[in-house]
Design a binder for this molecule. Structure first.
Ligand SMILES: Nc1ncnc2c1ncn2[C@@H]1O[C@H](COP(=O)(O)OP(=O)(O)OP(=O)(O)O)[C@@H](O)[C@H]1O
Ligand SMILES: [Mg+2]
Length: 234
């Protein structure tokens, strides 16, 4: 039995959401859950449990086969392709493998989303500098990603996700390729973003992160939400 743990106004709402990539087996099965504005939530579960699929549905990289998904009150279940870019302005995404453009500078990587929104040049540079400062890499502006360490590349990817002031930050195994010490630095950046009001969802296998920073945990098992656990200390 999964008990809804939620208070305050919702940022993410799922109602009976299922996702099947192929007819016979579904990656997510009948998920109903609400996540409040400003929450920090871990999404955990074994490999293949559906963590990545769960996040991909939220930024409309995949479409739910059944059920309804609301982001910030907007039903995205049948969102048109034309509207997806507007949805994505609300959502920053961080991946395990950074997904930076290696032929571009750090500055260009972080500036890209703002430029795509047509922001003025001085505004872009002000925001990029601020985002890079928040991750402690403002002195790396003119480098290219491959000149940086893995931890630095991930911090750039986090700056890129946060530069647009997203309502939601989705991170899929963001420290999966990094050692423990760097993983904790990355966690600290998510914690700070959350403290500034961003709703954070972090998919991870790494239970040590939870022990360092206990927050609500959604556990998936073979596509089902089997546990919704709030730490007692909160
Ligand atoms: N593009 C796809 N096409 C077909 N099946 C897929 C696709 N993506 C995921 N699946 C299947 O959906 C299920 C859930 O996969 P998902 O990637 O969401 O799991 P995960 O919990 O993120 O796993 P991991 O910890 O290994 O990253 C798995 O059975 C997987 O094989
Ligand atoms: Mg995954």
């Amino acid at each position: 039995m999964v008990y809804p743990i939620f208070s305050g106004s919702p940022m993410i709402q799922l109602y009976n959401v299922s996702k099947s990539y192929q007819k016979e087996n579904s990656a997510l099965k009948d998920i109903s859950v609400q996540i409040g504005k400003g929450e920090f939530v871990y999404v955990t579960g074994a490999s293949g449990a559906g963590k990545t699929t769960f996040l991909r549905l939220l930024y409309s990289a995949e479409r739910a086969t059944r059920g309804q998904i609301l982001i910030d009150g907007q039903n995205i279940s049948r969102i048109s392709r034309l509207k997806i870019p507007y949805l994505r302005r609300k959502i920053g995404v961080v991946f395990q493998d950074y997904k930076l453009l290696n032929s571009r500078t750090v500055y260009e990587n972080v500036a890209f989303a703002l430029e795509a929104q047509g922001k003025k040049r001085y505004e872009v540079s002000k925001k990029v500098y601020k985002a890079l400062k928040e991750v402690g890499l403002e002195h790396r502006l003119q480098r290219t990603p491959l000149e940086l360490s893995g931890g630095e590349q991930q911090r750039i990817a986090i700056a890129r996700a946060l530069v647009v002031d997203p309502l939601i930050l989705l991170a899929d195994e963001p420290s999966g390729n990094l050692d423990q010490e760097v993983a904790l630095e990355i966690m600290e950046l998510f914690r700070q973003a959350n403290a500034r009001g961003t709703t954070v969802l972090l998919a991870t296998h790494d239970h040590s992160l939870y022990h360092r920073f206990p927050r609500r945990v959604l556990t998936l098992e073979q596509g089902r939400l089997v546990k919704d656990h709030q730490p007692e200390t909160l």
